[in-house]
Design a protein around this ligand. Sequence first.
Ligand code: PEP
Ligand code: MN
Length: 360
Amino acid sequence: MENKKEMRNWLNEFNLTHPFVIAGPCSAETEEQVLKIAHELKDSDVSVFRAGIWKPRTRPGGFEGVGEIGLKWLKKAKAETGLLMGTEVATAAHCKLALENDIDVLWVGARTTANPFAVQEIADTLKGTDKIVLIKNPVNPDMALWLGGVERLYAAGIKNLGVIHRGFSTYEKTKYRNIPEWQIAIELQNKFPDLPLIIDPSHITGNRDMILEVTQEALDLNYDGMIIETHNDPDNAWSDAAQQVTPDTLKQIFKDLKVRKVSGDTDEFTNKMTKLRANIDVLDANLLELLGKRMKVAAEIGQVKKEANVAVLQSNRWNEIQEKMVLEGGKKGLTEEFIIKLFKGIHQESIGHQERVLNS
Ligand code: PEP
Ligand code: MN
């Protein structure tokens, strides 16, 4: 990977190249495993070695981490490789132990971000620290919870703060373990433009075959770094086996990733972009115009239904529209996923317009 971007915020201070990489196993399992992986990652684009030693598991009975002893292994790995060390903290006790053992990067896990009391406890314990603190998005797609976590940590005087986008739980079956919902991370980025944004493709995909494509998508969106679970024997990992890659695969991913520049510097680029963007602006205006017209027709339908005293929602009709649009959309190169989302939105807006007519 080439370094092509200006660095955000504290990334310079820690000598982190862009995009900066955190890699290592989901969980520290044994001293031998930690040292083996750290050594394999030493002379690569990796700057920070990660390993979970306290593992919050959704259900009891799973491997909950080796605990405090793992900190000694990380210390040793740091001394032997020079890599910075990172681990997840979820309680005040974890934070104290991590600070005592000179862990460089502490991250707040997705299950913890969902709990404001826990985040506040962490913020109070880390008050004023000069360590790097990263906060993952909460498990549920709630922008305010994530934002609240960032605000609590900032308020505690933590300057070297960043966020990790690890996707969101969903009840729907998708190709992801946790759906990205990119717009939530982008919105957070717009609110805090100086906050380094890191992609966690491992927990988003849950599947090692998709790590490259999701990481590339993030780099295309200007992310600052990545955290990728890496294990010497992924299939036999004690946690998250399906999503971990080997150090060699990780190095291949680095070769395949294309790092984009933030902006182009030639006149030709600027001219082409200006034209294309003007084109997009016209099309967007047309889309809005059309949608406005569609809602007017929906309101008229509402009027007819009102006069006949018929319910707003007609499931058959809605299913017909969906099927037809997925088919037609496919011919125009639009994915089924997009069409369904788009028409769900349109349908909901239509129902709203009809409801207003019916209840007026
Ligand atoms: C992890 O990083 O291994 C982890 C538990 O992640 P998350 O908090 O995103 O589930
Ligand atoms: Mn994991």
